[in-house]
Design a protein around this ligand. Structure first.
Ligand code: BGC
Length: 334
């Protein structure tokens, strides 16, 4: 009987020990000497974004594989909501933050918050200005040079047999389906894709430019309306990302047009769906927006910040290269 009571008592003590650990998450977030590296708070502008879904899955996997606890939250494309999420992470005492801002224009207030809380922070995907970032030296941006992706899109068109001038009238007539124009990726891809053509001495004609907000359905609708309005005049469909390009492709096919024969179509990201379409000749090309490479770099920079590294003003943007994807090299990306 005494043995049973002793066993029961020790079982109760073990259970109390576990309950105690689970009951103090705020302290645990700081990380302890027992091998627990603490919690990293990850804010994503919205989960319902094809590219950011791949990106956040990569981030979560890499952080967990390195022994961090990870808390990933959905900003639902609402900056106020994201601000509250950042406040909550700060109150919980997370070790570091990785933030994909909802609005680049909100960077000042985000930077203010993390600076006051003295939390090492990596911003991703939506790049603030160098001046905004210079306010806090434990802050770094990891992303890509958006101008490069635009230039590559233009070059994909320049690499076609007729350099985009399908009807031979001496100019390239295009429609531009833009991401959220508040975002520098949307602004620079729009500008530099066309600039690449102009720099090569090609005359261009913009038939339409519309915001599709990175969204497949909007890409499909815009392309559908433009195809109905401009018909064969459209030689090139530039999309700021692949999700909108996949949408546009549905409309192109529904209108009886054939990519690479009577119309060209380019995107950015190299989503799996787009790689399949490039392989089958249904997209002229895309540009790899390296989600895994950026996630890896973001975690690397976060660990450097945790190790005490600070960033000088003007050196707070770390870029991962974009890569052109065509039917010739598409296999390398699958
Ligand atoms: C990607 C888009 C994505 C956007 C989100 C861009 O870099 O190309 O697909 O929707 O980031 O901010």
């Amino acid at each position: 009987m005494k043995k049973i009571i002793a066993l029961l008592l020790s079982a109760i003590m073990v259970m109390a020990l576990f309950a105690g650990c689970a009951g103090k998450p705020a302290d645990d977030n700081k990380g302890g000497a027992d091998g627990d590296k603490g919690t990293i708070g990850v804010c994503i502008y919205k989960f319902d974004d094809a590219f950011m879904t791949t990106y956040r899955n990569n981030l979560e996997e890499i952080l967990k594989s390195k022994g961090y606890k990870v808390s990933v939250v959905d900003g639902n494309n609402d900056q106020n909501k994201q601000n509250e999420q950042i406040d909550t992470f700060i109150t919980q005492g997370v070790k570091a933050l990785i933030i994909n801002p909802v609005m680049t224009s909100a960077a000042d207030s985000i930077i203010d918050k993390v600076k006051n809380a003295n939390i090492p922070t990596v911003l991703i995907n939506r790049e603030p200005t160098a001046e905004q970032m210079s306010a806090y030296d434990k802050l770094v941006y990891v992303g890509c040079d958006a101008a490069q992706s635009g230039t590559f899109q233009g070059e994909l068109i320049l690499d076609t047999p007729n350099k985009g001038d399908i009807n031979g009238d001496g100019k390239v007539s295009y429609i531009m389906i833009q991401g959220d124009p508040e975002n520098i990726d949307a602004q620079l891809r729009t500008e530099y894709s066309v600039k690449a053509l102009k720099d090569a001495g090609i005359e261009v004609e913009e038939l339409d430019l519309q915001r599709g907000d990175w969204d497949r359905n909007k890409g499909q609708e815009i392309a559908q309306n433009d195809l109905a309005k401009f018909g064969d005049q459209i030689e090139v469909v530039f999309c700021n990302n692949d999700d909108m390009a996949i949408g546009a492709l549905q409309s192109i096919q529904a209108a009886g047009r054939t990519v690479n024969k009577d119309i060209y179509l380019v995107g950015v990201d190299a989503l799996d769906a787009a790689l399949n379409e490039v392989e089958q000749g249904n997209m002229t090309g895309t540009v790899l927006n390296d989600a895994k490479g950026q996630a890896t770099k973001a975690v690397e920079c976060m660990e450097e910040l945790l190790g005490g590294k600070t960033y000088a003003s003007g050196e707070q943007s770390v870029y991962v290269d974009y890569v052109k994807v065509t039917p010739d090299n598409v296999k390398d990306f699958k």
